[in-house]
Design a protein around this ligand. Sequence first.
Ligand SMILES: CC(=O)SCCNC(=O)CCNC(=O)[C@H](O)C(C)(C)COP(=O)(O)OP(=O)(O)OC[C@H]1O[C@@H](n2cnc3c(N)ncnc32)[C@H](O)[C@@H]1OP(=O)(O)O
Ligand SMILES: O=C([O-])CC(=O)C(=O)O
Length: 451
Amino acid sequence: MKSRLDIKHMTEYLSLIDNNSKIPLDLYQKYNVKRGLRNSDGTGVLVGLTEIGDVHGYIMEEGDKIPVPGRLRYRGYNVEDLVKGFQICGRHGYEETAFLLLFGNIPKPQDLEDFNIDLGARRQLPDTFAEDMILKAPSSNIMNKLARSILALYSFDEKAEDNSIPNVLRQSMELISQFPTIVAYAFQAMEHYFNGKSLYIHTPISNLSTAENFLLMIRPDKKFTPLEAEVLDLALVLHAEHGGGNNSAFSTHVVSSSGTDTYSAIAAAVGSLKGPLHGGAAIRVRGMMEDLMEQVNDWSDESEVIAYLEATLRKEKYDKKGLIYGMGHAVYTLSDPRAVLLKNRAELLSKEAGRSKEFDLYCMVERLSQDIFDKYKKNGKKICANVDFYSGFVYSMLDIPTELYTPIFAVSRIAGWCAHRIEEIVSGGRIIRPAYKNVTSSKQYIKLSER
Ligand SMILES: CC(=O)SCCNC(=O)CCNC(=O)[C@H](O)C(C)(C)COP(=O)(O)OP(=O)(O)OC[C@H]1O[C@@H](n2cnc3c(N)ncnc32)[C@H](O)[C@@H]1OP(=O)(O)O
Ligand SMILES: O=C([O-])CC(=O)C(=O)O
């Protein structure tokens, strides 16, 4: 039988969708609907309480939103202080951060040692998982493979449906430990089956950190330098959590609130993070910058860069969506503290790698985007570089391929998602169920033969 999805029928279907799925913008105003759960000044609608991440980008003064430099706290601790704390001692910080996010306190030395042992003991995937679940059905997209692997882990868990806190904590620890392994193996499968490279499946080592294990598993020769591991660890710390309102953490809250299992809730969060407006932006930034570097002849010529960015806003460049990726944020206005830290790192690494010219170009794009945005959007919104703007450039200097940028985000953010899932189970207690007003008129049913 002929498929109805041929050109003629597709055109008909599309015109039906066009007629029946477009809600006029003025109705949102009429019914005071907060699109995207945003108030008219761009601030988020308050929908929950959390003790985990605190994202601060503006202050409200007599009803006006005043932009301020960004600040991020994990469980009350300023993220910059955390970074300084472990970097001064020359130790990796991601595991300490995961402990803090899950349990609410910074770990004592013995707590951290025990926690590292617990994570280390769980890094390997269940027997035959890599062969049956990752290599047999590889994907050209690692986030897709990650989401499917999480759902597959359900089948290997005898207590998959048990939502008691001890069990959810056990599942959380396993997911935090195993995310790097799944992502690395999914990457190796992609390289082998889609890019014709040799297949490497390296076993994780229990006494190495998350960053070290990840680098070991993605490199054919398992080799990495202490500096590479330290930079990746920093990136993992900075991506670990961002409050309850970010799209993937909120997805975790929404899905968890229905009482479903851990694997379903975390797979939903991965699906959310993959989107180009969220963690998927890291990959788009690199794509956009590569496009810009190709099209702009003189990287130091501001007028050429301005022309490219203006054309981007007019939907004429790169993916033609009108967005300058890596710029703008729902909360931050003047700065994203994570982008500031990553930019510092990018500057140092680019000097060593002889890529200062490229770094200068990133800085120029950041600065000019802000000016162009003010000039063209005229909505009073301030945009700054977000965490995704410099992360890809930093990863490129660690020789980490673009396809891994967003999966690395997931390897880190799993800690925040698990903390939010636990918080939802302990403190939420109601299914999250907002309202949608129906704006169609009622219609009389007509028998098929009479239509
Ligand atoms: C980890 C993270 O998730 S960080 C964010 C990663 N995402 C990106 O970098 C993608 C590019 N940035 C964006 O799309 C946005 O800035 C977001 C999604 C991050 C935040 O958006 P919001 O705060 O909701 O801003 P909002 O969507 O209300 O935008 C207001 C206006 O600014 C525009 N805008 C916002 N950011 C950008 C941008 N980077 N480039 C072009 N236009 C932008 C919007 O298109 C919108 O224009 P319109 O009023 O003409 O429709
Ligand atoms: O907070 C947000 O909207 C996006 C996010 O997760 C982040 O910036 O890390």
